[in-house]
Design a protein around this ligand. Sequence first.
Ligand code: HXC
Length: 269
Amino acid sequence: MESPFKADAVKGKVALITGGGSGIGLEITKQLGKHGASVVIMGRRKHILDSAVSSLRSLGIRAVGFDGDVRKPEDARRVVESTFKQFGRLDILVNAAAGNFLSSAEDLSPNGLRTVMDIDTVGTFTMCHEALKYLKKGAPGRSDSSSGGVILNISATLHYTATWYQLHVSAAKAAIDATTRNLALEWGSEYDIRVNGIAPGLIGDTPGMSKLVPKDINSQAKNLLPLYKAGEKWDIAMAALYLSSDAGKFINGAIVVVDGGFWISQPRP
Ligand code: HXC
């Protein structure tokens, strides 16, 4: 679908996207790139990153991939530093890396919970922490900018209620939302950095959807989804573009729900 934003909405910006090699992370990367940003993607699987970088470059996007695991502080630091070395600045950090599986609470081991918390929550915080010095107002390479940079943390709506077999992810995403709000308060006040979240609902054609959601969800859509369909990765990417561009310059500490009204919905009587 054609973007409603101008092609230079984030021109000259440099964006680092964790989990940018596939799914929602890749679509966010693509749209930031198509709207003028230079993009760096970080992920654990080199072959996935390589193929994503080729597809981004084929669209004329300045793209680089650095492999790394957000659970490893040394990887986070290396990728942030490499991003700065490559493009000379950092304006936008998107934390889209996530781990997931279905497990009942009874079968979930403490290490299973810890693993998802480590990837989603601690990984998000680690990336924010490493990127801070480059995102501050007046930071190296971005002294031309009158404000600090932008952080976007991808969470979910699972924890607004309770979700079967997703205790670990619900806990991790709730903690991400808390991290988003607290960083928005502290780093907004101190460094003029805007920190926001996006909470996707059911988004078709993503690793999360194919792993977690029953295949016949679209046939149940009339009962479950107010807009009668799952969303597209594009919907999440447009929210990311809005929040990271100057259109969102007064938005800080918000968690933007992009779910077509799913989490508030009830089955039709
Ligand atoms: C129960 C499981 C499990 C499973 C792993 N564990 N898979 N427990 N059921 N299916 C437990 C293991 O038993 C182990 O605990 C602990 O978790 C660590 O497992 P490892 O395999 O050693 O970890 P690792 O190799 O690091 O892999 C972690 C991973 C990850 C989380 C499984 O590989 C992964 O999920 N990758 C896929 C990424 C993905 O799908 N991303 C999209 C997310 S979508 P013990 O006790 O045995 O040591 C998303 C959307 C959410 O986040 C919202 C949807 C609506």
